[in-house]
Design a protein around this ligand. Sequence first.
Ligand SMILES: [Cu+2]
Length: 313
Amino acid sequence: MRKYKLTMAISFFLSTLALTAVAETINVRMEAIESDLVIDNNGNKQAMWTFGGTVPGPLVRVKQGDTIEFTLSNSADNEESHSMDFHAAVVDVLDEFSAVQPGETKSFTFQADHPGVFIYHCGADSMAEHISRGMYGVIIVDPAEGYTEEFPQPDREYVLVQGDLFAPGTSAADRTMGNNWQNALINGKVFHYDPVHDTNASLTLEAEPGERVRIYFVNAMINEAAAFHPIAGIWERVWDNGNPKNVLYGMQTVEVGPAHGMIFDLLPPADRPTNNALVDHRMKHALNGAITVLMTYEGASSTKGKTDQLILR
Ligand SMILES: [Cu+2]
């Protein structure tokens, strides 16, 4: 009995040591940029507000337990105040998440204690306008225990962020009420990865037959949920909020609310080439931009869905 207790104590000590030993401090700097951005596959532009000049902003990826030292700079050339709201942070909304005036810079620190896939977004007034003009992105917090049988290592990983596109010049009040809504954006563009509905689309997601394809899906739409479904497939597993403890099996359509994220795994057949259309099954969203084609075939790109190719630009 004593030996058992001692073993337990040692293994607890070692696991604590392992957790603390790998925790790192990560520096993340972003600049708020207000500029005209291409919002479809045809080169059309609209006045957007961004973190770092892209929609979505840069992907932040850390490990559970890591400390993030974040700095937001708001150029004096900008007209708006901006702020940063990391959904992976437990802090003070009036302190860390407060607005940064043009010409100012602000830093804060938080520890990423919960694993998962989280949105980050600007929370400056009017939040509806700042988010729907493109001020959002994704932070992935990988679980401290790494991959397990219940949370297996994927062969490919893609990040898909769904956002709104309103008619140019739409006021904050109209955006809040959903007026003048025009399109759904996937990673910043209408039908970004869908050459079927837009022949100008040059990108698709790719995988080899039989690979485990992991989608980090975040809904950045300000008012509406996304009903995420893989046409001609079934989500083999889904993790609500991307937390390995929140697993669902064999799902068809999963509702992802505004400002929420989930992990979706797809296992395409190993013995034939296949295609899936990853859609928001809400037809209003799908047919106005929220369809993504995943092509699975032998000889697929060896870089898409790997290392720095999680968000295809
Ligand atoms: Cu903003």
